[in-house]
Write a new protein. Structure first.
Length: 164
């Protein structure tokens, strides 16, 4: 008889817990925008940004003496792009296109590094990471790509608030 009471308690708990968890996950997934730090490993001190990619003017962004310089003018930060657009970034010997918005600020203890954040939608993030990680440029394994995309989406949603 005691086992039945315990089972009833857990059953009542699940009746309330499952809808609450489902509601929280849906509310969490309704804001599908992410901020991703980019170009952290190469850590360039100067970059060129073009928005829209392939069409707009080039802006030179430098870090000097703890200040961010955009086209020769000191600024606290800089933002390029918008949701649905593409930004082209050239740094050192590389050139990359990023969807969404790119924000640049000085970072580090005394402003000695560039903090470059890419603000983009969840769907764009999943597409970019899946394309970069799949190793399947010709799309020969569509089921593999779908499974990888599902894992990338799950990881992004569950780790969004892991860091500040």
């Amino acid at each position: 008889m005691r086992l039945k009471i315990t089972a009833d308690k857990y059953q009542n708990l699940l009746v309330w817990l499952i809808p609450a968890w489902s509601w929280a996950f849906q509310a969490f997934a309704q804001d599908p925008y992410l901020s991703v730090r980019i170009l952290e490993k190469p850590n360039p001190h100067s970059i060129f940004i073009q928005y829209p990619a392939g069409q707009g003017p080039w802006d030179e962004v430098k870090l000097s003496r703890g200040f961010l310089w955009v086209n020769g003018k000191a600024q606290p930060s800089g933002v390029w792009g918008r949701n649905g657009g593409l930004c082209l970034i050239k740094a050192d010997q590389m050139s990359r296109v990023y969807p969404g918005q790119v924000a640049v600020t000085p970072d580090g203890p005394s402003g000695t590094e560039l903090l470059i954040l890419n603000h983009l939608g969840l769907d764009d993030y999943v597409a970019c990471v899946t394309a970069a990680e799949s190793g399947d440029p010709k799309g020969l394994w569509p089921e593999y790509d779908k499974a990888l995309a599902a894992l990338v989406r799950l990881y992004a949603l569950t780790h969004r608030l892991r860091h500040e």
